[in-house]
Design a protein around this ligand. Structure first.
Ligand code: NAD
Length: 253
């Protein structure tokens, strides 16, 4: 029988920020493709647990704040204790702070950079070390942004973190390809989640953005799960260091 290259049966995927939004959707999508899921969140995530369990796959919740360096080992060790190994890491947890660049505070800079880029690197490092110990293949998927490619407005630390994420994805891909670890990213366009609630509440800005999207609609959380399955699977084995835009054509304009 020919193996389906998108099949994730027997794989274990860690998804950070899995309690809501894109993280929840990717956790469910990876489970539908066959993976067991470790969901990392700061609070209980019963909805994600129920949705993953409904696919017939196992779900393990780890409550952790990824901005704390002490969380890194507990996430990797907790996953390995529960499932004996890990195969896929989705670095999805992220935050955004909005203010004019002239008024932007050090706190809004540091909090965003700590979660969106620093913890992403050190969690990826711990994941890669575990894959090397296991002697298996690994896939890392970093959740980027349109602001990995563009400057944005009133979100300087978010732009800095997501632009750094693109460079770091390439840097990690270069070093770890030799160890059988593919590092790639997904750049969501404008998706209807908590992350964009403020933008959607501003009717004028909402319409401006909508008018510029060739697909003629904002994205949904579910739009991201197919691309996540692809980048987590054997189907993408010769893709290294690439950021895939899932944006309804926003960047093509
Ligand atoms: P969201 O705000 O609903 O989700 C963010 C997730 O990260 C939540 O689950 C939250 O609990 C988690 N998180 C935040 N800080 C954390 C911490 N310290 N420790 C653990 N978890 C933490 O928004 P979303 O749109 O689902 O965002 C997911 C990712 O997608 C983010 O990296 C975001 O930057 C990115 N993104 C979103 C959009 C969009 O349009 N929604 C566009 C581009 C990129």
């Amino acid at each position: 029988m020919v193996r389906n290259p998108f099949d994730l049966s027997g794989k274990v995927a860690i998804v950070t920020g899995s309690n809501t939004g894109l993280g929840q959707s990717m956790a469910v999508g990876l489970a539908q493709a066959g993976a067991d899921i470790v969901g990392v969140a700061r609070r209980e995530q019963l909805e994600t647990e129920q949705k993953v369990s409904a696919t017939g796959r196992r779900f393990h919740s780890i409550l952790a704040d990824v901005s704390q360096m002490t969380s890194i080992d507990s996430i990797i060790n907790g996953s390995v204790e529960r499932f004996s190994k890990i195969d896929i890491l989705v670095n999805n947890a992220g935050i955004i702070r909005r203010n004019d660049a002239l008024d932007f505070s050090e706190q809004d800079w540091d909090e965003v950079m700590d979660i969106n880029i620093k913890s992403l690197f050190f969690l990826s490092q711990a994941f890669a070390r575990q894959i090397i110990v296991q002697g298996t293949q690994g896939n890392i998927i970093n959740i980027a942004s349109m602001l990995s490619f563009q400057g944005g407005i009133r979100v300087p630390s978010y732009t800095a973190s997501k632009s750094a994420l693109m460079g770091l994805t390439r840097a990690m891909a270069n070093e770890w390809a030799a160890h059988g670890i593919n590092v790639n990213g997904i750049a969501p366009g404008y998706m209807s989640t908590n992350n964009t609630a403020a933008l959607r509440e501003d009717g004028e800005r909402y319409q401006e953005i909508l008018n510029r999207i060739p697909a003629g609609r904002w994205g949904t959380s579910e739009d991201i799960s197919g691309p996540a399955v692809f980048l987590a699977s054997e189907a993408s084995r010769y893709i290294n260091g690439f950021i895939l835009a899932v944006d309804g054509g926003w960047l093509a304009r």
